[in-house]
Design a protein. Structure first.
Length: 505
C-alpha cells in the first residue's frame, strides 16, 4: 500500500435523502483519505432507475458542503476518471459485460419475472445457481442459434454471473478480519439488464472501483454480504492484484433497544436522522434535518466520528484536523453503535460554549428579527454571553431570553404566589427609590448599593431579589439579577419595577 496513493469513494444511490449513517460512512472515508494524503471521490450510483428520486443527488452534494467535507473528484467536482455518475457510463459497462460473456464467466438468461416467480413457488428456497441453472432458459441450457434468434427478435434478457460452486471465498476486512464463506450459498447474480441497458449495482460498483483505482472500500455493514460476490468478480476480471481492501463499518443502532436506526425512531423520539431537511418530492412530506434543528456542522462531524470509532482516550471534543490526525480503521469497532441523540445535543452545547459570542449572535439576531425585535448586535451578543451555557441550540435562546428585549406583560402565577409577599410592593417601592438615585448603573455599583440597603434595613436578600426578578423578568428565571438590571439600564428597570408594583400590588 505504501507506494500506491490511497483512493476512497463515497458511492451513494440517489434514492432519497442521505441517511445519517451514510454521512458517517462518507466521513470515515474522508478522514481516511486525508490522513493518508489520498483522494476522496463522490460517485453517484444511479443504475437502478426504478429507485431514482428527484433532487436526491443535489441533496447529497449540499449536505457535504454544509458539513465542510470536500471531495477531490467526482460528481460536481470533475476529475480524470469521469463521468462519475453511473448512468453516464453505460458504454463502459457494456464492454465489461461482454468480457465476462466472452470468457464464459457469465451467461444470458431469458427467464421472465413470471417464470422465476413460478419456479420459486414450486421449489422451496429456489436459488438460481450451478444446481438449477440448466433447468432454466439461458445460454447454458439452450443452443446458441436459439439464443441469437431470441436476441434478434428483441427478447429482453439479463446477464447472470456464473458462480463456480464449492469454493471458499475469503474477504479480508480491515475491521472484521477474514470473513470466509462458501460460493455454493451464492446465487448467479444478475449483472446486467437489457431492458434498461444498465448494469446492476454489483457490476457497476466493481468495474468503477477498478477503473477509478479505488484502494479501500469503506462502507456500511449492510454491504458485507455482497463482498464475497465482489471478490469473485474481481477474480473473474483478473484484477485480484489491484483489488481494494474492504472495511465494513458497524451499524448505527436505535437509541433504545436493538435494531438498526430508522427514520421512524427519529419521528418517535424527536430527533433528525438526515443531515438537512428533506422535502419528499412525491408525498410532500418534510423530514427534519440536523442543520435546520440548529446543529453546527462541526458538532455533527464530531459526534458521528465517535459512532463506531474511538480514539482510545477519554477525549471527546475533536476538531476536524484532530480527527484526521487520530483516525484509523483499526480503532473502528465491529459491533453496532447506539445512536445517542442526547449525546448529539450535548456535543452541540459544547460547541456553543467554545464559539465566540459574536459568532453565535447573528443566528440569535435572525430569530429576534423574526419576532419583530431589532436590537443592536452588541446587545444581542451580550445576551448570548450571559445565557449560552444554558442551551444546546441557539433556538432555545428566544424563550429563555425574550425578557431582555420585551418587558413582561404577565407574571408567572406560581412565582407570584411564592415570591410576591404582602410586603413585596413596599420593599420594591423602596428599592425603586434607591435605584432611582443611582447615577452609576453598572452591575458592580448597583450590587454594592442595593446590598447595603438590604443590610441597613434588616431585609432578607432572598425576599428582595426574588420580587425584583419577578418584576423585571415576569418569572423566576434568568441569570444573575444585576446582570439583568444593568443590561436593561436604569430607565427600563424602573419602568418594569413600577409596573409590577402597580399590577401585583
Ligand atoms: N450504492 C451503494 C450505496 O448506496 C454503495 C455501496 C458501496 O459503497 O459499495 O450505499
Amino acid at each position: 500500500m505504501s507506494d500506491t496513493k490511497v483512493r476512497v469513494r463515497f458511492a451513494p444511490s440517489p434514492t432519497g435523502p442521505l441517511h445519517i449513517g451514510g454521512v458517517r460512512t462518507a466521513l470515515y472515508n474522508y478522514l481516511f483519505a486525508r490522513k493518508h494524503g489520498g483522494d476522496f471521490i463522490l460517485r453517484i450510483e444511479d443504475t437502478d432507475s426504478t429507485r431514482f428520486v428527484e433532487g436526491a443527488e443535489e441533496y447529497i452534494i449540499e449536505s457535504f458542503k454544509w458539513l465542510g467535507l470536500k471531495f477531490d473528484e467526482g460528481v460536481g467536482v470533475g476529475g480524470p476518471h469521469g463521468p462519475y455518475r453511473q448512468s453516464e457510463r453505460r458504454e463502459i459497462y457494456r464492454e465489461y459485460v461482454k468480457r465476462l460473456l466472452d470468457a464464459d464467466k457469465a451467461y444470458i438468461a431469458f427467464d421472465t419475472p413470471e417464470e422465476l416467480a413460478k419456479k420459486r413457488e414450486e421449489v422451496k428456497n429456489f436459488q438460481y445457481d450451478a444446481t438449477t441453472r440448466l433447468q432454466m432458459r439461458n445460454s447454458l441450457s439452450m443452443p446458441k442459434s436459439e439464443v441469437d434468434q431470441l436476441i434478434a427478435q428483441g427478447q429482453q434478457y439479463v446477464v447472470r454471473f456464473k458462480v463456480e460452486p464449492g469454493q471458499d471465498i475469503c474477504v479480508h476486512d480491515l475491521i472484521r478480519g477474514d470473513v470466509v464463506i462458501n460460493s455454493s450459498i451464492l446465487d448467479d447474480k444478475v449483472l446486467y439488464k437489457s431492458a434498461d441497458q444498465l448494469p446492476t449495482y454489483h457490476l457497476a460498483n466493481i468495474v468503477d472501483d477498478h477503473l477509478m483505482e479505488v484502494t479501500h472500500v469503506i462502507r456500511g455493514e449492510e454491504w458485507l454480504s455482497s463482498a464475497p460476490l465482489h471478490v469473485l468478480l474481481y477474480k473473474a476480471f483478473g484484477w485480484e492484484q489491484s483489488m481494494p481492501q474492504f472495511a465494513h463499518l458497524p451499524l448505527l443502532l436505535k437509541p433504545d433497544g436493538k435494531g438498526k436506526l430508522s427514520k421512524r425512531d427519529g419521528d418517535r423520539l424527536g430527533f433528525p436522522v438526515f443531515p438537512l431537511e428533506w422535502h419528499d418530492p412525491k408525498s410532500g412530506e418534510i423530514s427534519n434535518g440536523f442543520r435546520e434543528k440548529g446543529y453546527f456542522p462541526e458538532a455533527v462531524v464530531n459526534f458521528l466520528a465517535l459512532l463506531g470509532w474511538n480514539p482510545g482516550t477519554e477525549q471527546e471534543i475533536f476538531s476536524l484536523p484532530e480527527l484526521i490526525d487520530q483516525f484509523s480503521l483499526e480503532r473502528c469497532s465491529k459491533s453496532g453503535a447506539k445512536f445517542d441523540f442526547q449525546k448529539a445535543a450535548w456535543f452541540n452545547h459544547e460547541y456553543i460554549l467554545r464559539k465566540e459570542d459574536s459568532e453565535i449572535a447573528p443566528q440569535f439576531d435572525a430569530i429576534l428579527k423574526a419576532n419583530g425585535i431589532n436590537a443592536p448586535l452588541d446587545r444581542v451578543t451580550q445576551v448570548v454571553g450571559m445565557m449560552k451555557n444554558r442551551i444546546n441550540f441557539v433556538s432555545e435562546l428566544w424563550p429563555l431570553c425574550k425578557f431582555f428585549f420585551v418587558a413582561p406583560t404577565e407574571y408567572d402565577e406560581k412565582t407570584v404566589k411564592k415570591r410576591w409577599k404582602e410586603y413585596s410592593a413596599s420593599q420594591m417601592r423602596d428599592l425603586y427609590k434607591v435605584l432611582e438615585g443611582l447615577d452609576d448603573f453598572s452591575l458592580e455599583h448597583q450590587e454594592a448599593v442595593v446590598m447595603k440597603h438590604i443590610e441597613d434595613n434588616g431585609l432578607k436578600t432572598g425576599d428582595v431579589m426574588n420580587a425584583f426578578r419577578l418584576a423585571l423578568v415576569g418569572a423566576g428565571v434568568g441569570p444573575h439579577m444585576f446582570d439583568i438590571s444593568s443590561f436593561l439600564g436604569k430607565e427600563e428597570t424602573l419602568r418594569r419595577l413600577d409596573r409590577a408594583i402597580k399590577t401585583l400590588g
